[in-house]
Write a protein of this length. Structure first.
Length: 76
């Protein structure tokens, strides 16, 4: 799942304050209290495949890259 950056159009709308307020009202993401978009990877910002255990807050790809540094061992 991807998400778009709503800040991209703000540069053009800064000269028109009325349209800027309307744009912000309708295009800012809503505050979430639960769900997949609430938790992000600390390292890269991804929202999917989140490892939250032990307070890691990493996506699975970043966890695989840093697991050895964190002290995790891979058992076969």
């Amino acid at each position: 799942m991807t998400y778009s950056d709503y800040h991209k159009a703000l540069k053009q709308l800064k000269v028109k304050p009325a349209k800027l307020q309307k744009y912000l009202k309708h295009n800012t993401p809503k505050k979430r209290s639960c769900g997949i978009s609430l938790r992000r990877c600390r390292r890269c910002g991804r929202i999917g495949a989140h490892v939250q255990k032990y307070g890691l807050h990493l996506c699975r790809q970043c966890f695989r890259e840093t697991a050895a540094k964190l002290g995790f061992k891979k058992y076969n």
